[in-house]
Design a protein around this ligand. Sequence first.
Ligand code: FE2
Ligand code: FE2
Length: 227
Amino acid sequence: MQVTYQHLSQKSIGQVVTEHPELVKVFMEYEIDFCCGGDRSLEEAVRRDTDEIEALKEAVTVALAHAFQVPMNGRNIKLSSLSDAELIDKIINTHHAYLRGVLPEVSTLLFKLLNVHGTAHPELFEVHHIFGGLKTELESHMIKEEKQLFPALLNKQDGLADLIGVLEAEHDGAGDALHKLTEITDHFKVPKDGCKTYELAYAKLKELVADMYMHVHTENNILFKRV
Ligand SMILES: [Fe+2]
Ligand SMILES: [Fe+2]
């Protein structure tokens, strides 16, 4: 049977993405939050996050039908089929490694931008400030995961609920910061007088938002749910 939007509407959106990774692209395009807001039903998430509900439903149904006809290749592996160790390995080697490289890089770019364009574009002060906070938070967050939670998970330790609660709250904080950055920059639109650095900084920020969606989804909706 072919699955459609209606079949999934009452499931949590985190679960929907776990079962149908082909929908990630659609949700990203319509800015439906499936990572921090992953416990909401698909219907509720859609109602809250977008005005283009009919267009989104159509896009979901098309993506589902396409995946049904053309079996997914290795690129769309189901994260839920990975073991805890494989999932942790993937988080560290893709998302954490990516952040370790990109956070200092974007930080340097934003400081340059502020210096050159801050007077003409005062919103850059806020972008610089919010990103600085996000960078600091994410750096300590990754250490907590790598040194505390992940080893404890692999050792099947009990009593991890408090630590997971802290980490989930930090995901929410990071999600808020990313939403604010998206809003302030009007979805990372480079102004007409923007230079190459402007383009590069905003392109990297946009990519970071997308990576964080998958990162937090993998942790909140898949790995943490196993505890
Ligand atoms: Fe992480
Ligand atoms: Fe995390």
